[in-house]
Design a binder for this molecule. Structure first.
Ligand code: ATP
Ligand code: MG
Length: 248
């Protein structure tokens, strides 16, 4: 069982968006996933708690319960525990970082987010845990060229001592639609650009964390890119049958 902590010290960078999106995509890719909502604001819970299967995949917790939670997940055959963290207190974040296999530091490509992500990077370095920075809410590419804002952000992060994910999450309206429908973007519309972004990031994280069956997750990404646009439960069914075909 692997633990992924999603953190940023800056509010609104996208911790919840990334946590929920990765959790739901990993479930679709066949992993047994638990999402621990450690933010007292309970945003992840707000999105997912009305789902029938919420009891088996979502838990509202705090850092003090992390050890018990990890034990419970291990005993129940969970593959991946994802922790959506608050911006503070630092002691809670340190506890999560200390017990994680990977820390994903989320930052928008803005001056203030990049300044704030240095704090997460410093914490991760202090503990010696592996970490990865992911840029979120990036502007779209222009005529196949990366936006200068993103190029500059990657350049600034180059000296931050943590690798930067090759997968970039762009600003996409699909997240709003998906969360309003209590699901992840890969469920809401498997063929959307947002789904492709998330699946590419999931494949990259799977390689870092050595998650089970990473090849299946990687192949799902290409299914989503080629997939037809579908909505609601049919998107879920489309993804499920695509997965069945891939693994049969
Ligand atoms: N890639 C994206 N594209 C479009 N909207 C996004 C994206 N990422 C995040 N958002 C939006 O930005 C807002 C803040 O995102 P989110 O709640 O995930 O951040 P957070 O870091 O969890 O915030 P908090 O610090 O309050 O917990 C939300 O309205 C969310 O829907
Ligand atoms: Mg949040």
């Amino acid at each position: 069982m692997k633990t992924l902590t999603v953190n940023s010290r800056k509010g609104g960078a996208g911790k919840t968006t990334v946590s929920v999106s990765l959790a739901m995509a990993a479930r679709q890719a066949g992993l047994k996933v638990v999402l621990a909502d450690m933010d007292p604001l309970r945003s992840s819970s707000e999105i997912l708690r009305s789902r029938e299967e919420a009891a088996s995949m979502l838990i509202e917790a705090n850092a003090g319960k992390l050890w018990v939670l990890q034990e419970g997940c291990r005993r129940n055959g969970c593959d991946l525990l994802i922790i959506d963290t608050p911006t503070q207190p630092e002691s809670d974040i340190v506890q999560c970082i200390n017990h994680s296999d990977l820390i994903l530091a989320v930052a928008r490509p803005t001056f203030l987010d990049l300044a704030a992500v240095k704090e997460t990077i410093a914490l991760v370095q202090r503990t010696g845990a592996p970490g990865l920075v992911v840029l979120n809410q990036c502007p779209p590419m222009r005529s196949g060229e990366e936006n200068p804002v993103v190029v500059e952000a990657i350049e600034r992060l180059r000296f931050g001592q943590l690798p930067v994910a090759k997968s970039v999450l762009r600003s996409r309206i699909a997240y709003q639609h998906a969360f309003a429908s209590n699901c992840g973007v890969t469920e809401w519309d498997a063929g959307s650009d947002a789904a492709s972004d998330v699946l590419r990031l999931l494949a990259e994280i799977s390689r870092h964390m050595l998650l089970p069956r990473p090849h299946r997750i990687g192949r799902v990404a290409s299914v989503a890119r080629k997939g037809k646009r579908r909505h609601g439960t049919s998107a879920v069914k489309a993804m499920q049958s695509a997965l069945k075909r891939l693994v049969s």
